[in-house]
Design a protein around this ligand. Structure first.
Ligand SMILES: *[C@@H]1O[C@H](CO)[C@@H](O)[C@H](O)[C@H]1NC(C)=O
Ligand SMILES: *[C@@H]1O[C@H](CO)[C@@H](O)[C@H](O)[C@H]1NC(C)=O
Ligand SMILES: *[C@@H]1O[C@H](CO)[C@@H](O)[C@H](O)[C@H]1NC(C)=O
Length: 534
């Protein structure tokens, strides 16, 4: 953790805050009644001092296309044509066709060179004299690609063309009329798949652009794993620089990933699988997240999350599936392979470069281990039938192999002690502003011994939150003061969700700004001030 706060700054910030508060009250008061005054009594005595843990405020990552179509810079959606499922013909959405039935026939088949994502796109050009501009396919990305003048975009695609063909790859406006970048790639006739790499430099800007691949040549061409990434990503690691800079401003002390319910899945077969999200991106199968209802190509996978935590200078918190989803569960008697799978995931992060899984990490470009010190055993699964049984299997195996790793239980220990061992426990709250405001005293009553609280998801939601409101922000801020006040037993807290893509507001109550304010004041006072307005 690179950030140390000096002692003078907190007080200065605090005083400025109180000053602004007074000004604010006066303005407000003068409108209501000129003579009304407010007194704020501040007890800053040393015996009330409480050391705020270094880890207190962090971020939780999930949902609303926060990854795919969000912080991950990949511009192509459904790059491997797998989103429509394994049964062909399949839906190629959001890909679409340039040309009509008489000029081009496009379908999926199962001829990819990648065994874990076997679906490929087959395009048969029927026209001898094709329309001007040719026929082909286009991908509009996630609600349009933001192509910016002067920027460089790296196109990578896998192509199979038995006959020599010229392919035109271009970036155009959504109606195809404005050409922002274009290049012609000659694919020499081959019965094998070849990898095509092409740089495109944008000569204009359009926020709702698309990627087109067209040709005038009659014949058959197959495509698979079509990727378009801006050349400029944060540290070259694939993340959007402007969004990363917003996160850096928050100075998060930890990154809880990859979810949330994303970890569980509606059904286990749709849960996040770390092993299918590592290795070369073109070999990743991708998966349908059935809780938030969208496909992800898993370009942002387990490795990239660990890399993100490192790039942010923050503690990674790996939330893994413990054999429980929203609708089905693995019986504890059959949980052993899942335990082994999770031990492998920790070896992938922490093992030396010559360990089985550490060597896979090293091959991906990171020989040094990622220092994972926290793992969460599931998400919101405390009440499930096999949770405790499975939990103990994971807990004991990890404790034995990695004695230093802090483990997080899904069971709330804020009012009654846990009936199982844990270092921390999750505490989640989504409610109206009044309830959250009153919950500022929740942890006042919590036992001072036992595992610490990780308030890993909190927010005012629904009517009070709307698309962000002052009321919600104030209630959340009040709740946070309660966490700071009790930071001897509350170790960590993160708002949910971190990002909302305007086009996917499955879970919206974003009060990014209240959090932003709170985290920016990472020169947080080391003294908790109790105030009382009279
Ligand atoms: C982007 O393209 C759309 C048509 O798809 C057009 O209406 C719009 O004016 C273009 N924007 C710019 C900035 O050129
Ligand atoms: C793995 O590498 C470490 C140093 O990085 C070394 O100490 C250890 O002996 C190696 N183990 C094997 C099995 O090669
Ligand atoms: C707040 O929490 C209570 C108790 O869990 C619940 O009954 C109520 O529906 C919640 N309100 C909102 C707006 O979520």
């Amino acid at each position: 953790m690179g950030i140390t706060s000096n002692d003078a700054a907190p007080r200065a910030v605090l005083l400025r805050f109180l000053f602004l508060l007074c000004i604010g009250c006066k303005c407000l008061a003068s409108e209501v009644e000129a003579t009304q005054t407010a007194t704020l009594a501040v007890d800053a005595s040393p015996q009330l001092a409480r050391k705020i843990p270094d880890t207190l405020f962090g971020i939780f990552f999930e949902i609303n296309h926060a990854g795919a179509g969000g912080i991950w810079a990949e511009l192509v959606s459904n790059r491997g044509f797998e989103a429509g499922g394994l049964h062909t013909p399949s839906n190629i959405d959001p890909w679409s066709i340039i040309g009509d039935d008489s000029s081009v026939f496009v379908e999926t088949d199962r001829t990819s060179c990648f065994s874990r994502n076997i679906v490929a796109l087959r395009m048969e050009v029927l026209c001898d004299n094709c329309p001007t501009g040719g026929v082909g396919v286009y991908n509009p990305g996630f609600w349009g690609m933001n192509i910016e003048e002067g920027k460089v975009y790296n196109l990578v695609m896998f192509v199979k063309s038995p006959e020599t063909t010229d392919l035109t790859v271009s970036l155009t406006s959504s109606n195809g009329l404005q050409n922002l970048a274009s290049a012609t790639v000659t694919v020499s006739g081959e019965s094998n798949w070849i990898k095509v790499e092409q740089k495109l430099v944008a000569k204009g800007t359009n926020r709702t652009s698309r990627l087109q691949i067209t040709t005038n040549k009659k014949g058959v061409v197959w495509f698979d794993q079509v990727s378009l990434m801006p050349e400029d990503t944060y540290k070259g690691h694939g993340f959007r620089t402007e969004l990363i800079s917003m996160i850096l401003d928050l100075k998060p002390r930890f990154l809880r990933f990859p979810g949330g319910c994303f970890v569980e899945g509606g059904w286990l077969r749709n849960a996040f699988r770390w092993r299918e999200s590592i290795g070369p991106w073109e070999e990743r199968p991708g998966h349908f997240g059935d809780v938030w209802h969208y496909w992800t190509d898993d370009g942002l996978g387990y490795y990239e999350f660990l890399q993100l935590a490192e790039d942010l200078g923050t503690e990674p918190i790996w939330v893994f599936n413990n054999g429980v989803s929203h609708n089905d569960e693995v019986d504890t008697v059959a949980i052993a392979p899942f335990v082994k799978d999770v031990l492998d995931s920790i070896e992938f992060a922490r093992g030396s470069a010559n360990s089985t899984w550490g060597s896979v990490r090293a091959a991906m470009g990171h020989p040094e281990p990622f220092p994972v010190k926290y793992v969460a055993i599931g998400n919101e699964d405390c009440g499930k039938k096999f949770y405790r049984g499975n939990y103990l299997k994971f807990y004991n195996a990890i404790r034995q192999a990695y004695p230093d790793i802090q483990m997080i239980s899904n069971c709330d220990g804020s009012s009654t002690p846990l009936d199982h061992p844990a270092d921390l426990y999750d505490f989640h709250v989504y409610n109206d502003s009044k309830t959250l405001f009153n919950m500022k005293s929740t942890f006042d009553r919590t036992s001072r011994s036992g595992p610490k609280a990780f308030v890993s998801e909190y927010a005012v939601w629904r009517g009070d939150a709307g698309r962000g409101s002052l009321l919600a922000s104030l209630a959340e801020a009040a709740f946070l003061t309660g966490l700071e006040k009790n930071s001897d037993i509350v170790s960590m807290a993160s708002y949910a969700p971190l990002f909302v893509n305007d086009n996917d507001q499955t879970l919206v109550h974003a009060a990014f700004h209240s959090l932003h304010c709170f985290l920016l004041c990472s020169c947080r006072p080391n003294i908790v001030v109790r105030g009382e307005a009279t």
